[in-house]
Design a protein around this ligand. Structure first.
Ligand SMILES: NC(=O)c1ccc[n+]([C@@H]2O[C@H](COP(=O)([O-])OP(=O)(O)OC[C@H]3O[C@@H](n4cnc5c(N)ncnc54)[C@H](O)[C@@H]3O)[C@@H](O)[C@H]2O)c1
Length: 305
């Protein structure tokens, strides 16, 4: 146990769900000095995750410990901070948050949902004022931003303590003051994907061309200058004129594009099945993952804040 709590008055944490995200979030917490208990419904995943989080923690100057627990009750007993990173299923998360809030009457309870409303996830919590959204991006130790989302009942002290902890962990923690689906990042991202997929579905150009144009135009600029600053930079009069000309023809579908269902029903799921909009021969997925991680790392040095 630490003599001095970390910012946010937090010394101990539990991470529920030790998959892709949970194990690395646990690693970041322990690297920053918190004593972390990991748990997962699958004991094999849990054992592997403890190894990953322990290796990450060892990189810290005064790291905390990483241990595992086989039950949620054991994991959350007495800790100051709990984060869940279980599957993206509203009912599962609702049940889990209700259980955790009843088992631990003082901890902040964070949900790592990507798009589900935090207020809905907290609906059965005994103390929804302690429930907060913390949307980490993958890989959580590399991508700087964590979106800290205020649910309908999240208290200001819960927001402040969560922001203080995440900043201590080296994250760029940003406030999202309204609980809208997809928060900030995923709304922006999926507005772009909706249009990208519609361009292909409508036969405007092929899939390769969409990505080539995106990567070699806005993709080159976005890590340096965001859309709001760019609007100011090019001029709001020009921005208005462009919007008046182009917005009426942009895709506004409120449901997923039918081309996705057609591909999925054919068994074309993308990299995991070998074919999506484009072909994924063996090895392409692994190569894409390592090239992407290297590219992100290179961009972080000058642009981290
Ligand atoms: N993968 C991403 O890129 C990404 C990015 C940001 C946020 N998220 C969000 O993070 C969360 C986790 O995603 P992931 O990609 O790590 O998923 P994952 O499938 O890799 O891991 C989920 C883990 O939760 C465990 N689990 C499921 N139900 C459980 C329960 N009731 N109790 C204990 N353990 C349980 C599973 O055994 C699994 O190991 C999701 O809400 C997801 O939307 C994912």
């Amino acid at each position: 146990m630490l003599a001095q709590p970390l910012p946010g008055d937090i010394s101990t944490a539990a991470v529920i769900g030790a998959g892709l995200m949970g194990r690395r979030i646990a690693g970041v917490l322990a690297r920053g000095g918190a004593d972390v208990v990991l748990t997962d419904a699958n004991p094999d995943i849990l054992a592997e995750a403890v190894g990953v989080a322990t290796e990450m923690a060892a990189l810290g100057q005064t790291p905390g410990t990483v241990t595992s627990a086989l039950t949620i009750a054991e994991a959350v007993a007495g800790v100051d901070y709990v984060t869940e990173a279980v599957i993206e299923d509203l009912a599962v998360k609702q049940e889990l948050i209700a259980e955790v809030s009843a088992l631990n009457e003082h901890a902040i309870i964070a949900t790592n949902t990507s798009v589900l409303p935090v207020s809905q996830i907290a609906i059965n919590a005994t103390a929804p004022d302690r429930v907060v959204g913390t949307h980490w991006w993958n890989p959580p130790d590399l991508i700087p931003i964590v979106e800290v989302v205020r649910g309908e009942h999240t208290s200001e002290p819960t927001m402040q303590r969560t922001l203080a902890l995440l900043e201590h962990l080296g994250k760029l923690a940003v406030r999202v003051d309204r609980d809208v689906p997809g928060f900030v990042g995923n709304r922006l991202q999926h507005a772009l994907w909706r249009e990208a997929i519609a361009l292909v579905a409508d036969g405007v150009c092929d899939a390769e061309t969409v990505d080539l144009v995106c990567r070699n135009t806005i993709g080159l600029r976005l890590a340096k200058m965001g859309p709001i600053e760019t609007a100011d930079y090019v001029g709001l009069d020009l921005t208005r004129a462009i919007h008046q000309a182009v917005l009426p023809s942009l895709n506004t579908d409120a449901t997923a594009n039918a081309i996705l269902t057609e591909l999925i029903e054919r068994g074309d799921l993308g990299a995991k099945s070998g074919q999506g909009f484009t072909s994924w021969p063996p090895g392409r997925r692994e190569q894409a993952a390592s090239e992407l991680a290297a590219h992100v790392k290179n961009q972080l040095i000058p642009n981290s804040k």
